[in-house]
Write a protein of this length. Structure first.
Length: 604
């Protein structure tokens, strides 16, 4: 018996020196015959396979083999990390040598019975996705066919023989999250550990949160949710307790998307929400009152500043997280998306020695980003700039920034009053919320300071009415406010998948679209692809309405004329409304008609 094995190994070794990868190589790799074939033989064939791809030099082949023999990371990851070859090109070449199919998983749908063949823990551990059952074989997608323990592990847990297909790691990761849900392996581990054995409602009352909150699995799951949201470019994460589920939604480009989550997530609701409160330094025992907190988090070398808010609901506390990236640069004035005419007006106004410039719009319309762009443009060694914000969303080098702390009496009004004693040239107030703050800001502008701030109003002229309603005298508004910018954010079409749109001229006429400016230009509509999460959009841009307070408008303010009359006067003097500015971006192919209609109101 031993002699037969020796002769077999000798035969295999001689063939390895004289042949390129063959069916025998495929069997050795695919059916895990490493125990029968000497390591030197497998290494020789693997070397030939790598050479056959035509992607590597002889030195690179040697390096990859040495790395493999030393038990390092997978060859595929090594190839990509070292920049030796593109992953898709490498896997395509290897798939031909191994006679494995190469598949993209973006459009693939897999049935529940197939997914249940592999536990979530194994799927996440080996980065694989079960695809189909073919003649009593389970077809599994992987990006690492050279993993020596892969086939044995999959065969053991599935009870089936395995056939491999090759797919890019990004496709596999997205498919895993789509089919199994974010953190499914963590949920499965908690259930297998028998952490909770009762129904969800009883679990919320009986589980020892002080112990469970610090379990590595719960910590890992919360980190996974935040990291996935960051990778998807989400600005907000909402944990929303429902009767039968804990719903988790991400806000991406201003629109909410429900993300795939494990079905058993509700059982761990109390532990998950309590973990978030611990991270934000909140009182985990207080569940009847709303709370606010902040989290400073570093994940995969990315520093995140997260604002946390909780409110009590019928089925538990609803928790919202606002994600701010410390490492991201501040948008320049060129990048906010203003039309050249409006851009020129703003650049002139932000260099004035005094006055108030206001940015208006609802929550999430990009007001703070615009203010930071203004500060970034005028920031210099000659100017002393002080801000008071709640919270500080971006840290600006060279600017003195104050964080509001209402619990100790540091409000916008209090902080602004003390800022005036600091000899500032420019003051930024995060938001004018009350009469006291508005009055101090106006007094500051009248005494030689340039003040930037925001208001929550629907359009530019509405800010004047809002200030007067707060109790500010109209003559003070007229003499201090230099300009008001209303803005919204529209989603930008994905360059990869957008397509020309068929024109419906009666519809366009009904919404007052400027058909006379269309000419030969094409309008585009959203489609959806893998890059844009099937939304058809990737990123956002601003649309603006810049109302300059001119000598013709000041008497109207003092006379307390309506905001609509003031707006019409602004239009007569050349102001472009939010919707008109949106049409310009539609004509340039940046966004769609539906997007502009969604975020703007029709002018009366």
């Amino acid at each position: 018996m031993c002699n037969q094995a020796a002769r077999r190994r000798a035969t295999l070794s001689s063939k390895a020196r004289n042949t390129l990868p063959t069916a025998l190589t495929i069997r050795a790799l695919n059916h895990k015959l490493f125990s029968m074939v000497p390591a030197s033989t497998i290494t020789t064939r693997l070397a030939e396979m790598l050479r056959q791809t035509g992607l590597f030099s002889e030195e690179q082949v040697t390096t990859l083999l040495e790395h493999k023999l030393d038990g390092g990371t997978s060859i595929t990851r090594r190839v990509v990390d070292e920049g030796l070859a593109d992953e898709e090109a490498f896997l395509t070449a290897i798939s031909k040598g191994l006679d494995f199919p190469y598949l993209r998983l973006n459009e693939l749908m897999v049935g529940e019975e197939i997914l249940n063949r592999l536990p979530a823990k194994v799927v996440f551990q080996y980065n694989v996705v079960p695809l189909a059952v073919e003649n009593r074989f389970l077809r599994v997608a992987t990006n690492d066919p050279f993993n020596p323990g892969l086939l044995d592990a999959l065969r053991l847990v599935s009870g089936m023989r395995i056939r491999l297909a090759l797919s890019p790691s990004a496709d596999i990761a997205k498919a895993i999250n789509r089919f199994y849900g974010v953190g499914a392996d963590t949920m499965e581990r908690l259930i297998q550990d028998n952490r909770i054995e009762v129904e969800p409602e009883e679990a919320l009352a009986k589980v020892d949160l002080s112990e469970l909150d610090h379990e590595a699995s719960i910590v890992k799951f919360v980190n996974q949710v935040i990291w996935e949201a960051y990778k998807d470019r989400a600005t907000d994460i909402h944990f929303e307790p429902m009767e039968d589920e804990l719903r988790i939604r991400y806000r991406v480009d201003g629109v909410l998307h429900q993300t795939s989550m494990p079905p058993q997530l509700k059982r761990f609701q109390a532990a998950i929400l309590s973990r978030i409160k611990v991270m934000a330094n909140m009182d985990i025992a207080e569940k009847r009152l709303p709370q606010d907190g902040r989290i400073g988090l570093s994940i995969h070398s990315e520093n995140l500043d997260i604002r946390v808010s909780t409110i009590p609901t019928v089925y538990g506390e609803s928790v919202s997280l606002r994600l701010l990236t410390r490492n991201s640069g501040i948008l320049s004035l060129d990048g906010v998306g203003m039309a050249p005419k409006d851009d020129a007006i703003i650049r002139k106004l932000i260099r004035r020695p005094h006055g108030i410039l206001l940015v208006t719009g609802p929550t999430g319309s990009g007001k703070s980003t615009t203010l930071y762009a203004w500060l970034h443009t005028i920031n210099s060694i000659e100017k002393r700039i002080i801000t008071i914000e709640d919270p500080i969303e971006y840290e600006v080098t060279g600017v003195n920034q104050i964080h509001v702390r209402s619990e100790i009496g540091l409000t916008f009004a209090t902080g602004l009053r003390h800022i005036l004693r600091q000899d500032p040239n420019v003051i930024m107030v995060g938001e004018i919320r009350d009469f006291e703050t508005a009055e101090i800001a106006i007094r500051a502008s009248l005494t030689g300071h340039l003040v930037f701030s925001t208001l929550h109003t629907n359009d530019s002229a509405g800010a004047i009415t809002r200030l007067i309603d707060m109790g500010v005298e109209p003559f003070l508004v007229a003499s201090s406010v230099e300009a008001i910018v209303a803005q919204r954010l529209v989603r930008v079409l994905c360059d990869i998948c957008k397509r020309p749109q068929q024109l419906d001229r009666p519809f366009l006429q009904g919404i007052h679209f400027p058909l006379d400016e269309l000419g030969d230009q094409r309008l585009y509509e959203s489609v959806g692809c893998e890059k844009c999460r099937r939304t058809g959009f990737h990123g956002r841009s601003g649309i603006f309405e810049v109302l300059t307070i001119t000598d013709a408008i000041r008497p109207m303010i003092i006379a307390r004329e309506s905001s609509n009359a003031i707006k019409q006067k602004g239009i007569a003097e050349g102001m472009r409304t939010l919707r008109d500015d949106g049409w310009v971006k539609v004509l340039k192919g940046k966004t769609t008609i539906e997007e502009v209609l969604r975020v703007s109101e029709e002018d009366e």
